[in-house]
Design a protein around this ligand. Structure first.
Ligand code: UDP
Length: 550
């Protein structure tokens, strides 16, 4: 039933005729394969060949028309992971006339978003690589994104988190495997291919060691909006006592605040979890709840986390659930022995995005006697028995995993899959220090993140005093948006450059005009730029440059 594509919505013969006459049409955004998303009319998929097919006619459209550059290396990335050579998309070409010799196409009436999931087994990857990018790609391109059909082409089965993918639209997503069921040739009436990379904040280390992306374009606001929509779809209402209001944090203290320990039950264990829980309860005088993916449904975990004051967990994919923490909450991430917290920061980066309003504290096991290694496990769980004896010994002796690329570095896997006995005094000390350093929970008000507009009506007046003295008066009006805002501190920055010189003199001023006389020469042309600054660091744009001749 779920795979039934009601053919009633489209007139089969009209569709077939359109395809035969007009062929496929493609228009894309993006200059490079890494930032490209394409919209197609009548793109077809041949399940026998496992290839998408572009049918050419006299009126087919292909923008960009790249010629054979389409294969250098690909038209676009089908997943949100940048330029990964297993994730490239391309199509084959045929003349529309060949349709006569092919099986009758089945038309897909739904607007379709076609993509690759990157690693649907891993919760971090599910959110970071698939759900968030798909959510915002749908927002960008699809008018009624609720009714879009998602098609996953990576070729995996549903995976353990398929319920989450189902939340993105009202229609059941299709897997590559299922496309065969529609016949040998299926044609998507209207489809979008590719995923926006705008929301991703982390790169996994395929070309350089893993770390935050160089140019992060997402803030906590977009992530929290996504989290809110997802919670609504899961029928979760944020647990009471969660979000702290500015001002009455003290009253909140008396409410039911609690700490969540997210436990892993198969690998990378906390060996003294009970002791850790007791210590947390005692230290903060709060209830401590444990959750685990093995024991609870995902929605019930989100329900608990959405009301928590603190989330404590071993480094691992489950920490992506800090997306659902209330603003002001604390994230405590534990790292096994020899793993440097500064080098594996997907959750630290997430917590630190502006507008996430999370306080992040890493803790690292520095006591070798508190670690339990698993050299005899399979390599993908960190076993090293398959390595040369010498290499095994080197790894065992090393106290810090050196920088490395993804994904099969045995020393990294060996260390990251250790179990840890958390040293309670050192853990509490890190926590106390971290919480102390926590800035006063000023819930960042919207108005304190808004940027000034251009200053208006900038002008200059000049006068010559003597043969080597001159004055330059610059004035301007406040930016238009300022009259609607309460801004703590408004300042102006003025740059003055003598025409033809490479350097300029910058000034910061509190008022809307100023007369410069130091270093101002007679009979000289100065270029003057003015901009507004809110609260020390919110810079506005410069007004058009002024040419001022003394
Ligand atoms: N996982 C879990 N309990 C465990 C070990 C793993 O729930 O004891 C989950 C984990 O959250 C992730 C997936 O299984 O979604 C894969 O875990 P893995 O250790 O491979 O990845 P990592 O957590 O290091 O990203």
């Amino acid at each position: 039933q779920s795979q039934e594509l009601s053919q009633a919505h489209i007139d089969y013969h009209v569709a077939l005729q359109a395809l035969q006459e007009h062929g496929t049409r493609m228009v894309c955004t993006g200059k490079m394969h890494t930032d490209r998303i394409c919209r197609f009319d009548y793109l077809c998929y041949c399940s026998e060949a496992e290839e998408f097919v572009f049918f050419h006619s006299n009126s087919s459209v292909m923008l960009p028309n790249l010629g054979s550059r389409r294969f250098q290396p690909a038209l676009l990335d089908l997943s949100s992971v940048e330029d990964h050579n297993t994730q490239y998309f391309n199509f084959l070409e045929l003349p529309a006339a060949t349709l006569r010799f092919m099986p009758k196409p089945v038309f897909v009436p739904d607007v379709t978003l076609i993509l690759n999931r990157f690693n649907p087994d891993n919760l971090m990857h599910v959110f970071h690589d698939d759900l968030l990018p798909a959510f915002y790609t749908m927002k960008q391109f699809l008018d009624s994104d609720e009714d879009a059909r998602l098609v996953f082409m990576e070729g995996w089965e549903e995976g353990p988190h398929f319920e989450l993918y189902r939340l993105l639209s009202n229609k059941q997503p299709l897997l590559k495997e299922q496309l065969r069921n529609f016949g040998k040739l299926m044609c998507f009436t209207k489809s979008y291919i590719g995923l926006s990379k705008m929301t991703t904040w982390y790169q996994y280390g395929f070309v350089q060691p893993q770390g935050p992306k160089a140019n992060i374009l997402v803030s906590g606001n977009e992530l929290r909006h996504f989290a809110k929509v997802l919670m609504e779809k899961m029928n979760i209402t944020r647990a009471a006592g969660g979000e702290k209001d500015q001002g009455n944090a003290e009253d909140e203290k008396t409410k039911d605040e609690y700490i969540v320990v997210f436990s892993r039950s198969t690998t990378r264990l906390i060996l003294n979890e009970a002791e850790l829980i007791m210590a947390l309860a005692q230290e903060f005088q709060m209830r401590v709840v444990t959750v685990s993916l093995e024991e609870q449904s995902f929605p019930s975990i989100v329900q608990v986390i959405s009301g928590a004051s603190m989330l404590v967990s071993m480094h691992g994919a489950q920490l992506i659930t800090s997306l659902f923490l209330p603003p002001g909450a604390v994230v405590v991430e534990l790292y096994p022995f020899a793993v440097n917290p500064d080098q594996y920061t997907p959750y630290r980066t997430l917590a630190s995005l502006p507008g996430m309003d999370l306080h992040y504290i890493p803790w690292r096991n520095t006591e070798e006697e508190n670690t339990v290694t698993h050299p005899d496990r399979p390599w993908e769980q960190g076993g090293i028995a398959h390595l040369e004896k010498e290499e095994q010994e080197r790894i065992m002796a090393s106290k810090d995993v050196p920088r490395h690329l993804c994904c099969r570095n045995p020393e990294w896997l060996f260390r990251i899959y250790q179990d840890t006995l958390v040293d309670i005094p050192s853990f509490l000390e890190v926590l106390q220090e971290g919480v102390k350093a926590k800035p006063l929970l000023k819930k960042s008000k919207l108005s304190s993140t808004l940027h000034p507009g251009r200053v208006r009506d900038p002008q200059c007046q000049t006068s010559v005093q003597t043969s080597n003295e001159a004055k330059l008066t610059v004035s301007w009006q406040i930016p238009w948006n300022l009259k609607y805002l309460k801004v703590r501190e408004v300042k102006y920055e003025v740059w003055i450059q003598e025409q033809g010189e490479n350097t300029y003199m910058p000034y910061i001023l509190p008022q809307q005009n100023y007369t410069f006389s130091d270093n101002i020469k007679p009979f000289t042309t100065y270029l003057v730029w003015v901009r507004c600054i809110f609260n020390k660091n919110l810079l506005g744009p410069f007004a058009d440059v002024l040419m001022c001749r003394t």
